[in-house]
Design a protein around this ligand. Structure first.
Ligand code: PEP
Ligand code: MG
Length: 553
């Protein structure tokens, strides 16, 4: 860019989601929510003809786009996830759908947007009310399709606003700027090449933030109104250490903030976790698992299955899940893998399920409650895991357990679900997430019923301190050093040791600098963190083990 035309530098302040600094061009990402459907009458036959052409052109463009997305998603994520886009393409070209829309345009003399919205909404409603569960679930594809066609006709874009322009890289080697990071965005981006994130909303332990951290790139959230100042291709400098975001930074700022960064360290040597300690990885995809193996993680301490469903935008069959979980376990090469049952609700709704709107989703139909209320989903997932137990040892983790009675119900229902499928119960370990304060108060009785436990401090902190994990306005108060939290952690650790039951921690705080030492002091010696953090956390564990040896001498 010519120096004279440089835009004025601006500095914005948000909250740090992940530390580090980076300077790069921006890719703007928009959810492109279509609100009002334009409606107008076509004056003559020529106008009708043009409108039909407009509809067919939009349909052809969307078809092409869907085919391209499906191919990309299949290559980067998987076949099951790609299928949603192929289905949408088929619906869009279904002669019944096409004829109905064309007929409305011609007979009612109305514009294409109005006809598309009318026809697809009607089909969607009909499908949503069918008895056939599969077809009912497919109805959300029609909603997606309607949005896609309308966005195309009104030039409103979902995804990257710069898509199609020379500088657009769909996030590769760029900083993503968005209103909010949503799990759905993962299917739209070249995630492993994104250099950083700036968002207007979103808290420090939201699942999307966890995703950003697992990529290890600088990220700042809560930069309110940022999107109105920034255009695709603008340069931003993210200072994840301070939460500052510099828009159009001048050369001097870039020089000071970026060039003083320490040299990239050589990748640390693969070493072992000290004996008596365990360091496993949190993962949401096969990619994460591969990365965990590459850094010699001792296993997968938490595999979040919900991202698989969010990415596929539909429920996955028992067979599909079985294949996927088997790939996960195989990718870990025989090391222990803990798979968490779907943890849906709160900030992770499954939009295609058309769940009722809740005033307080974090206090509502989520975690274990959701699982117990959805037999089909629960049984399908349980049976897939049960089948896997015939070949491999598998640890099954239940999310958001609230008390001993609920724990018992979960176990009963798990065994019922497995009764109709070949499995090997000697290969199955059941565990509970401790992330709701009431469960800590019944810890002894809960632990007696299960084989292992894992502490989820992301939710525990939220429920203990009445502090929404997704709300950037309260994220300054997120404090894993709070003495009240440590009372919970130390007491749970004492109960686990007394009962000789394995206890680990998989909340984000375990990966924070200085925390491993504090957790080890509290005798919580099994930590599960994002794969990228493993070398550093392991170094902290090694230093701790050495210091313990020295004091013993
Ligand atoms: C937690 O709550 O700490 C946890 C690990 O689970 P999630 O972040 O997936 O809710
Ligand atoms: Mg949780």
């Amino acid at each position: 860019m010519n120096k004279a035309s440089k835009k004025a530098a601006m500095i914005f302040k948000g909250s740090t989601i992940n530390a580090g600094r980076v300077v790069a061009q921006v890719c703007l990402f928009s959810a492109g929510r279509q609100k009002l459907v334009p409606e107008y009458t076509l004056e003559n036959d020529d106008a009708i003809k043009q409108e039909l052409e407009r509809f067919h052109a939009a349909r052809a463009e969307c078809s092409e786009e869907l085919a391209r997305i499906a191919a990309e998603v299949e290559a980067s994520i998987g076949k099951a996830e790609a299928e949603i886009f192929i289905t949408q393409k088929h619906i869009m070209n279904d002669p019944k759908v096409v004829e109905a829309i064309a007929l409305l345009i011609t007979a009612e003399r109305k514009n294409a947007e109005w006809a598309i919205a009318g026809v697809l909404s009607e089909f969607e409603e009909k499908m949503a009310s069918l008895d056939n569960q599969y077809l009912r679930e497919r109805s959300s594809d029609l909603g997606e399709l309607r949005r896609r066609l309308l966005n195309r006709l009104t030039n409103e874009k979902i995804g990257f606003l710069c898509e199609g322009q020379a500088h657009c890289r769909r996030g590769a080697n760029r900083v993503i700027v968005a209103e909010e990071l949503t799990p759905n965005m993962i299917v739209n981006m070249k995630m492993n090449k994104v250099m950083g994130f700036v968002t207007e909303h979103g808290g420090i332990t939201s699942h999307a933030a966890i995703l950003a951290r697992s990529l290890g790139v600088p990220a700042v959230s809560g930069v309110s109104g940022f999107m109105q100042y920034v255009a695709c291709g603008d340069t931003v400098l993210i200072n994840g250490d301070t939460g500052e975001v510099h828009l159009h930074p001048d050369d001097a700022t870039v020089k000071t903030l970026i060039q003083v960064m320490p040299e990239e360290k050589e990748p640390e040597k693969i070493v072992m976790t000290p004996s008596g300690m365990e360091l496993t990885a949190n993962a949401s995809s096969i990619e994460d698992v591969k990365q965990a193996r590459a850094v010699n993680a001792d296993g997968i301490g938490l595999f979040r299955t919900e991202i698989l469903f969010v990415g596929a935008e539909r429920l996955l069959s028992e067979d599909e899940q079985y294949d996927y979980y088997r790939d996960v376990v195989e990718a870990m090469g025989g090391k222990p893998v803990t798979i968490r049952m779907l943890d849906i609700g709160g900030d992770k709704p499954l939009p295609f399920l058309r769940q009722k709107k809740e005033a307080n989703p974090f206090l509502g139909w989520r975690g274990a409650r959701f699982l117990l209320g959805n037999h089909v989903i629960f049984n399908g997932q349980m049976r897939a895991l049960g089948r896997l137990s015939k070949e491999r040892k598998i640890c099954i983790l239940f999310p958001m357990v609230i008390d001993v009675a609920q724990m018992q119900t979960l176990l009963d229902r798990a065994r019922e679900a497995l009764s109709g499928v070949e499995h090997d119960s000697a290969n199955i370990r059941y565990g509970a997430m401790f992330e709701v304060p009431s469960a800590f108060l019944q810890a002894r009785d809960i632990m007696k019923k299960i084989d292992f436990s894992s502490i989820g401090t992301n939710d525990l902190i939220q429920y203990l301190f009445a502090m929404d994990r997704d709300n950037e306005m309260v994220s300054q108060e997120y404090n894993p050093d709070h003495p009240a939290l440590w009372i919970f952690l130390r007491e749970l650790s004492a109960v686990a040791r007394e009962l000789k039951k394995p206890l680990s921690i998989c909340g984000e705080m375990a990966g924070r600098e200085g925390m491993p030492q504090k957790l080890l002091d509290a005798k919580i010696s099994s930590l599960s963190v994002a794969p990228r953090l493993i070398p550093r956390v392991r170094n902290e564990m090694i230093r701790y083990a050495r210091s313990q040896k020295q004091t013993q001498r």
